[in-house]
Structures are given as C-alpha cells and as structure tokens.
Design a protein around this ligand. Sequence first.
Ligand SMILES: Cc1ncc(COP(=O)(O)O)c(C=O)c1O
Length: 397
Amino acid sequence: MTDFEKTRSLFYLPEGVIYLDGNSLGPLPLAAKQRVGKLMTDEWGELLIKGWNQAGWMMMPRRIGDRIGRLIGAAEGTVVMGDTLSIKVYQALASALELVPERRVVLSDSGNFPSDLYMAQGLIGSLGKGHELKIVEPEEVEAAIDETVAVVMLTEVDYRTGRLHDMKALTEKAHAAGAITVWDLAHTAGALPVDLSGAGADFAVGCTYKYLNGGPGAPAFIYVAPRHADRVRPALSGWLGHEQPFAFDLDYRPGGGIDRMRVGTPPIIGLAALDAALDAWEGVDMADLRRQSIKLCDLFVAEVEKRCPMLKLGSPRDGTKRGSQISFLHEEGYAIMQALIARGVIGDFRAPNAIRFGFTPLYIGEAEVLGAVDILEDIMTNRLWDTAEYRQRALVT
Ligand SMILES: Cc1ncc(COP(=O)(O)O)c(C=O)c1O
C-alpha cells in the first residue's frame, strides 16, 4: 500500500495554500532543492567541465529517461530526455511521417493542446509534400482512422476537460489501418498508470513539470518503440544524437536506438532537479495512485455540485474516463479563479470558460479537497469574484 503521508512530506507547500495546480506545475520537491544546490557547488563549482564525465552528466538524459520509462510502461533504453515538449512533438511526428511515406494525413482532435497542432502545421509547411492536418472532435477520432491516415497524433488526456482517450483501442485501430501513433502524455505521466508497451504505442512524448514535479521548464521526454528505434530518421539531427559525437565527423550518422533522438547539450541543472523529484515515486504503486486520484476527484465533483449549483461540470463524470483533473464551467471563470487564488486555493483557468483543478495524491488529500470547496462555496454564494480587479487578465492564466 502506498504511503501518501510519506510522499506528502517530500514536498514544500507554502503555509495557507491549497495547491490544486500540480497538473500545470508540480510543487517543489525538497530533494530537488538539495540536489540542485549540491550540483552547483560540488559538480559545476568543483568539477567544472570534468562534470560531463565524472558526475555522469552526459548520460543523465538516458538514465533519467529509464526512470520515467518505469512510470509509463516503457522498457529500458526506450526513453530519452531533452528539449521541450513542443520540440519532442515535432521530432516524433517527423519520424513517424517518414515511416508511412505514401500517405498524407495527420489525424488529430480538437482536444489536443494547441502547441501540438501548431508544431504539426509548421512541420507540414516545411516538408512541402502536401500533408494535411485533419482535426476532428475527440469522439470522432476512432471513426476517422482510415487508410488515408499516416499518423494519429493525440494527447491522451484533454488539457481542458481531463477526458481520457483509450490509448490501446485507438492504437490498435490505427495499426489495423496501417497508421502510426504519436501519443502526448503531458497530462498522463505521473497522473495515472500508462502501459506504452502493452498498448503497442509507436511514439510517445511528454513534459515533466506537471505531475512529475521537475520544476518550471523541466526537460521533456520521448519514447520510440524498439521496433522503430533503429530505423527512424531523426529530423533534428543534432550532434548528441550522432553515433560518435566526439568524432566530430562532417556527416551525420544516427546513434543506435533511442540515442538518436537526442539533439544538443542536455540541460543539466533541470535534469538534476527532475532526477531528485523522481525519488518521490519510489514505492508508489500506480494502481494506488489511480484509486486515490479518482476518489479525490469524485469527492470534489460531488461537493461542488451540491454546494455550487451555478457551476457546470466540464469533465467526464466517470472517473475511469478522465485523467487526474476536474474542470467546472462558468462564463466568469477567470474572475472566479482569481478570487480563489487570492484566498489561497490555486488552480487555473483555460479559455473560454473552464476553471481547472488538478488532484495529485502524492501531496493532496481529502482535507485539501474539502477546504477548497468551502472557499469556492463562499466565493460563489457571495459573488466575491465580481470585482474589476479579478477580471483583469494576467499574461499566464
Ligand atoms: C499536452 C501538451 N502538449 C504540449 C505542451 C507544450 O509543452 P512545452 O511548452 O513544454 O513545449 C503542453 C504544455 O502544457 C501540453 O500540455
């Protein structure tokens, strides 16, 4: 049985704050602060450039990739870290398209994160081969997979509503139609169990600053199924994906397996923070995490619906059909969220009308859920959100 009291003690959470935004940026793991401090002094400070060899910096993208692989059902040596998620989406999609050279359709849905769609549009423009990005409603994806589709590119958990796609079923359907899959796990990794191998996924990508608590701008990951890893051509052919980076050859030759998905110099400070953050997952059973996450989300939904009838549920009611987040809809959602934040309940707002709350059992329990609903009820019943100040939009919502 996972000890969630213990995992909670591993995080710093400011006094008086109920943090329901770990689906956007995880809180600070105490070990990350220590680890980064140590890296600064003992490694960067003392070892200087020797750190690449002596402190194992060069292999961090692979070693940490394996740690994440264990959380997403990926075999050793199939995940590597680096860059941001948008870059990894581009990289995965470019390689995937080359595996199906005779087809021209990239199929995605309107629940995908805009950056994924933008990266696909940019790639299609650069390729200049007449590819088309076809965007359908999430419920229509399965029916839209046919023999014209080269790549099915989806985010497993919808960032606004939390709706969860059936990765295994859609991957099977894609394969039966001769298509390749690219899965974005940004809102899945660390939120619920994932089985990339079992689902037969081809490519997967994800960020580590949300449920994996790696810190703002923490590096992303990419997974390539072993059956493709040695034959895909990396579109971003940087020197650290080369077979022998330090041979300094003038021609690019891809490294073996997942190494070819590396691009340039890895962000060591960010990787060190992430490495320490991942310690919190030692001893966590993903089935326990899922059970607890559904319990917390269900409790939140029931209490909000009972006490705040003016808010409309924007997430699937069935816990097994969503990730680890809940959205409620209201046309004044932005102001409501600002009023909540002013009272110490931190969630976020996603246009046009969703107030969004993430439930992260590693450091959130029932007391926080009930405490947040008390404050939300007060704000809604007494229209405390209804001020000019709370309607003033900030850069990041
Ligand atoms: C599903 C999804 N894909 C892509 C991105 C973009 O990630 P990044 O800004 O790290 O490139 C995000 C960011 O939140 C996301 O949620």
